[in-house]
Write a protein that binds this ligand. Structure first.
Ligand code: CP
Ligand code: NVA
Length: 313
């Protein structure tokens, strides 16, 4: 049975921990495993990307496989060939396909038609690969995940969705503080509550100060995501109280760490003082994209010998 990774809920709580464990191993043993030698993995990016594109491309090469970089305009997709036919054909050449596109339905349609794993490298709905690296990073700095207070401030977007699901599954107390009207979608909040494990909880509020108080981790992302650029100016005033700045950070625990998926807009969702300050772990977080995604690919392709056998869903 083909395993896809369209949202974090494609993994069980046990698999999530196993991926993080393997990611830690791969970080320490970088360059020593070529478990995917002889395979080819497609990378289809319909939106800009710095970290996701390069970390996948490098990670695939480090695992011994060939990354095949695809551009929509150079495929027959750009001339009207269907998503389903494209998925069927790719399944005859590739071992997996990594896709960044705005419309989540596109990755769902690919997954329905493909007989190879489809990996969501960001849609408007979710950014699950990011959440794997986020948890790996938090665990590195905090020594564990269960029981920690993780507060996300800003837009209830794709990154917030993935973090809610992953954090709750890992037993964290996840709070999203967003302006009214910009909360995460209710179905995601409900699904995160349902899949919460190890005592994990989920809270949504519009109060940034209460949310930041005593947090172990503060997290933010851009106020206007890809596809929402035209809303940027209207959002800046509305989102101002959710800015991660020195005053808000002072509300968190003294040993709190600050994460941002990047790209960052200094002076908007986060101040330079905070993102470039001693509590920021964003560069380690960016590096961990590489290790976490390598672990994910090994799991999806059944090559993660340290991961217990997976029950097809
Ligand atoms: N965080 C992240 O996904 O960055 P890119 O958009 O540069 O891939
Ligand atoms: N929420 C942002 C994340 C970028 C990595 C976006 O979708 O543009």
């Amino acid at each position: 049975m083909t395993r896809h990774f369209l949202t974090v809920s494609a993994l069980s709580p046990e698999e999530l921990v196993a991926v993080l464990d393997l990611a830690d191993d791969l970080k320490v043993t970088r360059g020593q495993r070529a478990d995917l030698a002889g395979r080819s993995i497609g990378l289809l990016f319909e939106q800009p990307s710095t970290r996701t594109r390069v970390s996948f491309q490098v990670g695939i090469a480090e695992l011994g496989a060939s990354p095949v970089v695809l551009h929509r305009a150079e495929l027959q997709l750009g001339r009207g060939e269907t998503i389903e036919d494209t998925a069927r054909v790719f399944s005859r050449y590739l071992s997996a396909l990594v896709v960044r596109t705005l419309d989540h339905q596109t990755v769902e349609r690919l997954a329905l038609a493909a007989s190879i794993p489809i990996v969501n490298a960001l849609t408007e709905y979710s950014h699950p690969c990011q959440a794997l690296a986020d948890l790996q990073t938090i665990r590195e700095y905090k020594g564990g995940l269960a029981g920690l207070r993780l507060t996300y401030l800003g837009d209830g977007n794709n990154v917030a969705h993935a973090l809610l699901q992953a954090g709750a599954m890992a037993g964290m107390h996840v709070t999203v503080a967003a302006p009214p009207g910009y909360e995460p979608v209710p179905q995601v909040v409900e699904a995160a509550r349902e899949s919460a494990a190890h005592g994990g909880t989920v809270t949504v509020t519009d109060d940034p100060v209460a949310a930041a108080t005593d947090a172990d981790v503060l997290y933010t992302d851009v106020w206007a995501s890809m596809g929402r650029d035209d809303e940027h100016d209207a959002r800046v005033l509305l989102f101002q109280p959710y800015q991660v700045n020195g005053a808000l950070l002072a509300r968190a625990r003294p040993d709190a760490v600050v994460l941002h998926c990047l790209p960052a807009h200094r002076g908007e969702e986060i101040t330079a003082e905070v993102i470039d300050g001693p509590q920021s772990v964003v560069w380690e977080q960016a590096e961990n994209r590489l290790h976490a995604q390598k672990a994910l690919l090994l799991l999806l392709l059944g090559a993660a010998d340290r991961i217990p056998a997976v029950t097809p869903s």
